[in-house]
Design a protein around this ligand. Sequence first.
Ligand code: MG
Length: 373
Amino acid sequence: MDKLAAYAVSSDNSRGRLIQEEPPIGRSEFQRDRDRIIHSTAFRRLEYKTQVFVNHEGDLFRTRLTHSLEVAQIGRSMARNLCLNEDLVEAIALAHDLGHTPFGHAGQDALNDCMKDYGGFEHNLQSLRVVDVLEERYAAFDGLNLCYETREGILKHVAKKNIQKLGELGERFLQRTQPSLEAQLANFSDEIAYNNHDVDDGLRSGLITLDQLEAVSIFSRHLTQIKNKYPVLPERRMVYETVRSIINTLATDLIQQSTLNIRNADVNSLAAIHLAPPLIGFSPQIKKEQQELKKFLYDNLYRHFRVVRMSNKARHTIERLFTAFSADIKLLPVKYQKKFEQEGRQAIADYIAGMTDRYAIKEYQRLFTIAED
Ligand code: MG
């Protein structure tokens, strides 16, 4: 790796793992974290979980897995430019969505409602739960025993009522201090990735059109540049070129503005980063344009009647599964019946959250369709 900045996270200034282990040989602590995440069961399940489109709606749409890979790619490239810890950004990016339910945000909202009397359900917290507790692969510990800084990056938000359970990881939410720049960067990489791939998938699906997008300033500006440079280009290639150049503009802007912020804040250590205001960010103009694009996607794609219909089915599926399991825990696989005895409804939430889209659909049929076994 290129030389790290003094304020970057490194194996030397890391707060380490909950359970101490021998240092890795031939790779850094954060490469080891990344490797553990890639080998986890939850990571493989991301292939069959919804980003915006449900898995069976088409083979070419992003899934949570390809989304996470794009977040990692964008994050690593920016980290390298900012002399931050690329391996840590990659680990956070690959793990950031591990706790997502099937069916994307509709699934998360439904499960959160089902769990409202039992502490609620938050996908960020669930991602942490996956890497801290739910993965069962190692002899010496539950979970993946990741470094503090990887866990800190995964826990982007948490509801106030759940802070107390988190120990030292929750402190920053009480003290209102900032996570590492690597965590901040992974967060922005997520935003850059989904805004752009949702434009791409939205156009591919036909739910949004190029005409509509021409009203969005960042898109129309880049589209005009591409049209001027390549006057005769098939539409699909034009879209790719436009999205590609938007990602490039956003990444470049983020690097420049963050470099400026870091310089102005005069920070020289990781400790100083925690106490400084958030230092990773876009310039004011790009920030405004990003918000405009987000609003466009919300109004025209995420609230498109076909997406809303699918979300409604997803909600119904999650609610019925949860209600049935709650009414009779004997419907749960034996492993979760045992967990239920110790953890109550949390065990049902863990079971449902771990499902892929197609597993949830199958489980629904097994429970409610007489011809299924
Ligand atoms: Mg994400």
